[in-house]
Design a protein around this ligand. Sequence first.
Ligand code: IPD
Ligand code: CA
Ligand code: CA
Length: 269
Amino acid sequence: MTATSAQDISARYHFACDVARQAAELAYDFYQRRQQLAVEHKGDDLQDVVSQADREVEALTRRLIAQRFPLDDFLGEESGGSGGSAACTWVVDPIDGTACFLNGLHTWCVSIGVIVDGDPVIGVVYDPNHQEMFHACKGQGAFLNHDPIRVHAGSSLRDGVMGVGTSHRVTPEDFVPFISRLLHAGGMFIRSGSGALMTAQVAAGRLIGYYEPHMNAWDSLPGIVLVREAGGVSNDFLADHGLQRGNVLLMANAEIYSQLSELIQQKIK
Ligand code: IPD
Ligand code: CA
Ligand code: CA
């Protein structure tokens, strides 16, 4: 795999922000007429839904990226794809928080990450309901629109609110004991329904951390870049075939991260 130049990375960073904006515009248009959308279930999980909006927004992002960077790989939640053979892989969830989107809740976003030479390097999360673009590129800091952002400075779980998520890809036992331990430690949590957006909120210091026992790459990678660039840490998500299979996701500032790791270890024991 050849090393990608700073210029190549910069071109993709700016383009990722453009694509997120265009994708969000189309998604928002569908959102305003969501009652007319036919909804399908994915497999046996009745909570895992998809609509024409998810498919068309992903098709738009795939087309725009292929036109501009035809040699790059693309991996999307709805249309799948490859990842890892080209120097640059785009990882896209066209609408993260589909259940919120379809039910008229505001917590959904467009989520775009780029892996460069095997490393998560670009992360963009765009929330069209609040016109908030969270974006970061490795080594350049993290931003909310034009303003730099930092992770929460708290040193105790009592100092802030955790973002958490779960799905039917794991069992209740993989998740519920963590919540009990968090509450016993004096912590508190929210689950907004959009994991990608909550990871961006961690980068912006609005949430003290994020934990989910299994997240997919298209939901996790943008936030990982954002949080690391905002001064926080996350687990090695791409280990154990994380790109293809997903992985546990844990992120926070370094001190809170180690406290959370301990709570999760207790669950694993
Ligand atoms: C889901 C959301 C949810 C998270 C799940 C994801 P979707 O994505 O991000 O918050 O807990 O792991 O699958 O289905 O809304 O794109
Ligand atoms: Ca998602
Ligand atoms: Ca999705």
